[in-house]
Design a protein around this ligand. Structure first.
Ligand SMILES: [Zn+2]
Length: 195
């Protein structure tokens, strides 16, 4: 059964690990949590490059990119082991460069949200993003996928994303440009450039 965005079977455990690392109550080896995410993102990027039949809904690149974005405060400022930050930056650059030559009709993507507000709600958002497609569309509301605090700050209610329905916001999550955008946000946070 296809889910809203592709996620691994143990996504709940992984999101819990990332969230714990971000919020100062890590489970297990902190560097290993980051390195696992770096490794999996790298493998996914390589696999997707080799097999163009990655499927219309894409691959796990978005999931692993969200992982590195979540743990970025530790990577950037938590004094990780030697090489951890360099490895994270290198793989994020590969993810960010996937955006090159891609265009879409969307004025807005979820990476345009204030990243802190988004990550605060990520465990909840992942519940929805990992659910089966038909189930997720059932009565979906915009606030299910956008932090309420962020929606309250929107000034132009005629423009994206304020005028979008829940289903339309979901399409922005599924856009191929969303993962590269989050990779750029993580690089930004780490003070690194795309190149
Ligand atoms: Zn798009």
């Amino acid at each position: 059964m296809s889910t809203v965005i592709p996620v691994p079977d143990n996504w709940e455990e992984l999101v819990g690990d990332w969230d714990g690392l971000r919020n100062g109550y890590p489970h297990g080896d902190m560097d290993e949590t980051v390195r696992d995410c770096v490794r999996r993102l790298g493998e996914t990027l390589s696999g997707a490059g080799a097999a163009s039949g990655a499927g219309p809904r894409g691959d796990l690149v978005l999931f692993w990119t969200l992982g590195l974005l979540t743990v970025a405060p530790y990577v950037g400022f938590g004094n990780p082991g030697a090489g951890v930050e360099d490895e994270a930056v290198a793989v994020l650059r590969r993810a960010a460069r996937r955006d090159e030559g891609q265009s879409c009709a969307h004025a807005w993507h979820p990476y345009d949200i204030d990243v802190d507000a988004l990550l605060e709600d990520l465990p909840l958002e992942m519940e929805l993003l990992s659910s089966p497609v038909d189930q997720a569309l059932d009565g979906l509301l915009p606030e299910d996928l956008l932090p309420q605090i962020y929606r309250d700050q929107l000034e132009d209610d005629e423009a994206e994303p304020a005028n979008l329905s829940g289903a339309e916001i979901l399409v922005r999550w599924q856009c191929p440009r969303t993962a590269p955008g989050f990779a750029r946000a993580a690089l930004d946070y780490l003070g690194a450039t795309v190149r």
